[in-house]
Ligand binder design. Structure first.
Ligand code: ZN
Length: 435
């Protein structure tokens, strides 16, 4: 890559992205915020209920197309799966060479709410007297998408123009795995044509002047193991009953689970680096209207597990072997399948290099240093759309530039934008809290 022009593009974009709300007006109070155009735009977007499991993306796309027009970005809507649109906004770079582009990604959908547990309606974007804006999506991750646009507005107002192409991407369905959104997009010619060099995506809430940056994530394997055996009377013994075979597997899984948990408890490894396996269901027996038949040994028993595999070299291959040979071996009349198995490359989960050998990392580090902040690379326990880009060999870093607010992603009463007012330090803090 041409690191000089990369420098100009990314540093400017990220610095402005982090700082775009850092203005005096932010320290005044909620009355002024009511009038603030950026706050109004943010609240308008939050009021569009793109909530899973049946989000209507139409109104969100219409709102965002309006934003693109206002800001002056080219926009096109792609639809790989019906009713699951993906919006690409583009700011053309000045370079005649085909330099790798920058993608700023956000998902439009949000997770469901239990409305009765919210102090304000979750899609009203109510702002309280402290300036906190309550809405589903105010942290995850409509706020991030709006930050991109506000940063671009400011850059344009300052007369800045990118050297390389900059794309702002609005995608559907991240909260249900992303297969019909980024999953399809990553394999398309449209994505290849963008010639992406770096994708910035969502991350974690950060604290104490350090931005957590996700450079990889665990693979999500939802595993079902099944054991088969002869049916028999509940009063007799025979070998290889389905339950006996399943319980042997469960003993083996529990022993493995304990070994991984002990590594964390002993402080030898962080949670991000161990395999997590948790039992999520057990299914067997012959149901009766008021319970189960008590004198028949069932011929089929099943158990489900949520398995999270860290992106450690050869860990995927190791776990595949363990499942096939120890947890569900054919020799014990067992089989298995995955209801979800996120992609791995040659058995490994791809990660983005998070040190100075990756020039995009260095640029991000430089950008946040302007706010006296540092980066803390981390493997995410959950999944995000970044994995689709990494699978294509494109760098993807997850950073939600919000600091020092309670972590309320997927929680009740999610809110964004807090106001502390007054001193310079607090105003400086606001830059981070806002973004
Ligand atoms: Zn999210």
């Amino acid at each position: 890559m041409n690191s000089r022009s990369a420098c100009r593009s990314v540093v400017v974009v990220v610095v402005v992205w982090l700082g775009c709300f850092c203005q005096e007006s932010w320290s005044r109070g909620p009355e002024d915020l009511e009038q603030n155009a950026a706050v109004q735009r943010f609240r308008s977007y939050l009021r569009i209920p793109t909530v899973q499991p049946e989000p209507d993306y139409g109104p969100a796309i219409a709102f965002l197309l309006g934003q693109a027009q206002e800001v002056g970005l080219a926009a096109r809507v792609l639809e790989f799966v019906a009713k699951k649109p993906l919006l690409v906004m583009t700011w053309k770079g000045s370079s005649q060479q085909k330099l790798p582009s920058v993608i700023l990604n956000s998902h439009m959908d949000v997770v469901p709410v239990e409305e009765e547990k919210w102090i304000y309606p979750p899609f009203a974007a109510h702002m309280d007297e402290d300036g906190n804006i309550f809405a589903r999506g105010s942290q995850d991750m409509k706020v991030v998408g709006m930050m991109y646009l506000e940063a671009i507005r400011l850059l344009k107002a300052r007369g800045w123009a990118p050297v390389r192409d900059l794309h702002v991407l609005w995608v559907p369905d991240e909260e249900i795995g992303g297969n019909d959104g980024w999953g399809k997009f990553a394999e398309s010619q449209e994505f290849a044509d963008l010639n992406a060099g770096i994708v910035l995506d969502e991350g974690h809430i950060s604290y104490n002047q350090t931005y957590i940056v996700d450079y990889g994530e665990k693979a999500m394997w939802w595993l079902v193991i099944q054991a088969f055996g002869g049916t028999g009377h509940g009063s007799i013994y025979f070998d290889n009953s389905a339950s006996e075979n399943l319980f042997k597997s469960i003993a083996s899984i529990n022993a493995f689970r304990e070994s991984q948990m002990n590594l964390v408890k002993a402080g030898i490894k962080p949670l991000e680096e161990v395999v997590v396996v948790n039992s999520v269901f057990l299914k067997s027996g012959s149901p009766t209207p008021d319970g189960f038949t008590m004198n028949i040994q069932p011929s089929v028993v099943e158990a489900g597990f949520d398995v999270r595999v860290p992106p450690v070299a050869e860990m995927g291959a190791f776990m595949n072997k363990r499942i096939a040979e120890e947890w569900a071996p054919k020799s014990r009349n067992m089989s298995y399948y995955f209801t979800v198995k996120t992609e791995t490359k040659n058995g490994d989960v791809p990660v983005t290099i998070a040190d100075d050998s990756n020039p995009w990392w260095t640029l991000l580090k430089k950008a946040v240093s302007k706010f006296n902040s540092t980066l803390s690379p981390e493997i995410a326990n959950g999944a995000s759309d970044s994995r689709f880009a990494r699978m294509q060999g494109v760098s993807a870093l997850g950073i939600t530039a919000i600091q020092d607010v309670p972590f309320l992603i997927h929680s009740d009463n999610e809110f964004g934008v807090t106001i502390s007012g007054g001193s310079g330090t607090e105003v400086h803090g606001l830059c981070h809290e806002r973004l």
